[in-house]
Design a protein around this ligand. Structure first.
Ligand code: HEC
Ligand code: HEC
Ligand code: HEC
Ligand code: HEC
Ligand code: HEC
Length: 392
């Protein structure tokens, strides 16, 4: 049984409901105690000690939060992101922080255990539950460490989003893998390095967060500060539906949808078209980069790569160049002829495209990573960057 039953959800909801009815004026993350009434007489959002509760005790807004959350992907227990470990019976420690509320609380020490490690057994069946974000202990989490090693200060509920949406590897992992290797010679030690999924927070911190592979001697845009009051994840995402609240965007932008928003007056993708959203430029340059990675593996390395977004590890071999992924014992053959240059380009391409919101999270950084990797490949492919007419 993967899907949480309505009664499970309602009992969580009821529990939160009780505290929520007392808490109208308390903002999240500022509370410091789960059980005690605060100095100002409010009770923070948190699970109370006991139930059951009568329907009259469920706050109306709480009902709405439950409904919204229940329909969101955070609550989708059947999703691969939550059911992947079902056959093993418990979630591996290295995965549990982000794939279950219970794991998240264990990692941050919100369950009373040591912070910074998963020290308990994390059960399967968990989702991003209410207590992941509505947890008074979260206020004590003051910084989050990214895969690049960057330690970023956080406040309140932001700690939750930044913990789980930071990805699992960064440019530094690519640097370490390719160090001392000849840049255009395939090396059997190299395997595709996957940044992981929904890496919004990593994109958002830009060059300062160092999620991407940075070419030497380049400057990268830092965190995308946008404009006040757009300051954090929940400025744009309703925290329960996770959807974008588009109307507030129209205070500053004129567009029909987030995808259509554009501030930039120049074209980055060589099309000259500035009547489309900045997303269009990013998508075009990403498509160009992928096709250059394919050309490079074909023309320079001699073993073409095929990308298949539906199958891990996404990049497969086509040694006989028939346009179809090679198989061995009926299984697709993972690409194994990476050179430092193709590996670092593929990493940047995947990092940018692993974040469907890249254009809103940090369009500048996304465009820079794509431009630099395109330029990196242009040399061996004998392409003149001037002919492409791109902007960085
Ligand atoms: C830093 C947080 C984090 C860690 C650690 C983490 N993941 Fe994930 N993972 C995510 C997020 C966020 C998603 C959601 C992507 C989406 O579907 O939108 C995800 C998605 C997935 C998916 C679904 C991919 C898909 O195509 O739908 C799988 C499978 C997965 N992770 C496996 C793992 C494994 C295995 C580990 C441990 C070895 C792990 N993850 C560790 C954050 C993490
Ligand atoms: C991913 C994080 C997250 C999860 C999971 C989450 N919430 Fe929230 N919730 C928030 C944030 C952030 C706010 C503050 C919204 C604001 O200030 O506008 C909030 C606000 C609320 C509010 C105040 C009214 C409102 O909608 O703004 C209630 C009630 C609430 N949450 C209940 C719940 C319940 C019940 C659950 C589980 C079914 C839940 N939340 C799950 C992040 C979360
Ligand atoms: C415990 C880890 C965790 C926390 C905390 C967390 N997320 Fe997620 N988030 C995930 C996973 C895992 C998925 C993918 C779920 C799935 O595939 O069903 C996801 C999915 C999403 C999505 C994609 C929705 C969609 O329709 O595909 C958005 C947007 C999102 N999260 C935003 C946030 C924001 C904003 C916060 C902070 C308020 C947050 N998340 C906190 C793990 C987390
Ligand atoms: C300026 C507004 C804005 C901010 C701030 C913002 N996002 Fe987004 N986010 C978007 C937009 C727009 C999309 C793309 C939605 C689409 O195209 O459907 C998106 C997409 C996402 C997705 C992928 C959803 C999917 O469909 O798979 C995730 C996950 C996500 N954001 C998480 C975050 C997190 C975590 C933060 C904070 C670090 C954050 N966002 C900050 C606007 C924003
Ligand atoms: C308070 C005003 C304000 C609000 C509200 C606002 N934005 Fe912005 N937005 C800006 C400014 C200013 C920039 C340019 C920032 C920069 O490039 O440094 C920008 C840039 C962008 C860009 C990049 C455009 C480009 O051409 O580089 C996107 C995409 C975007 N905003 C999406 C959104 C979305 C989605 C929302 C609503 C969820 C939103 N914005 C709300 C002011 C705002």
């Amino acid at each position: 049984m993967r899907t949480p039953t309505l009664s499970t959800v309602l009992s969580i909801g009821l529990a939160i409901g009780l505290s929520a009815t007392f808490v109208a004026s308390t903002s999240l993350g500022q509370s410091t105690s789960t059980e005690e009434t605060g100095d100002d007489g409010t009770i923070p959002f948190a699970l109370p000690q006991s139930g059951p509760f009568t329907p009259a005790e469920i706050g109306i807004e709480n009902n709405q939060a439950i409904t919204d959350w229940f329909r969101s992907s955070h609550a989708n227990a059947a999703a691969e992101a939550f059911s992947h470990w079902d056959d093993e019976g418990e979630i591996q420690a290295s995965c549990a922080t982000c794939h279950s509320g219970e794991g998240f609380r264990d990692f941050h020490g919100l369950d009373g255990t040591e912070a910074g490690v998963i020290d308990g057994t994390i059960n399967v069946g968990g989702v991003v539950d209410c207590g992941t974000c509505h947890n008074a202990g979260l206020a004590e989490v003051r910084e989050v460490t990214f895969p690049s090693g960057v330690v970023h200060p956080v406040q309140g509920v932001e700690a939750s989003c930044l913990t789980c949406h930071q990805g699992r590897s960064a440019g530094v992992d690519v640097v370490n893998a390719i160090a001392d290797l000849d840049v255009d010679t395939p090396d059997p030690s190299l395997r595709f390095i996957n940044p992981h999924y929904a890496t919004a927070a990593a994109t958002w911190l830009g060059g300062y967060g160092a999620a991407g592979y940075h070419l030497p001697d380049r400057e990268y845009s830092g965190r995308f500060f946008h404009a006040r009051p757009v300051a954090s994840c929940n400025s744009c995402h309703e925290p329960h539906t996770l959807e974008i609240e588009f109307e507030p965007c129209l205070t500053c932008h004129q567009a029909d949808s987030p995808q259509d928003i554009r501030i930039a007056r120049q074209s980055y993708d060589g099309s000259g078209n500035t009547s489309v959203g900045i997303k269009s430029d990013i998508d075009a340059n990403a498509a160009m980069l992928l096709s250059m990675i394919e050309d490079y593996t074909d023309e320079v390395v001699g073993i073409p790569v095929i990308y298949d977004g539906a199958r891990y590890p996404y990049f497969f071999a086509d040694a006989n160049n028939d346009g179809v992924v090679d198989t061995s014992d009926g299984r697709p053959v993972a690409y194994a002829d990476w050179t430092p240059r193709s590996l670092r380009s593929a990493f940047n391409w995947k990092l940018v495209t692993a974040d469907p919101g890249n254009y809103a999270h940090n369009p500048h950084y996304a465009l820079e990573l794509l431009y630099d990797s395109i330029e990196d490949l242009s040399g061996p492919l004998a392409i003149d960057m001037d002919d492409l007419n791109l902007l960085r």
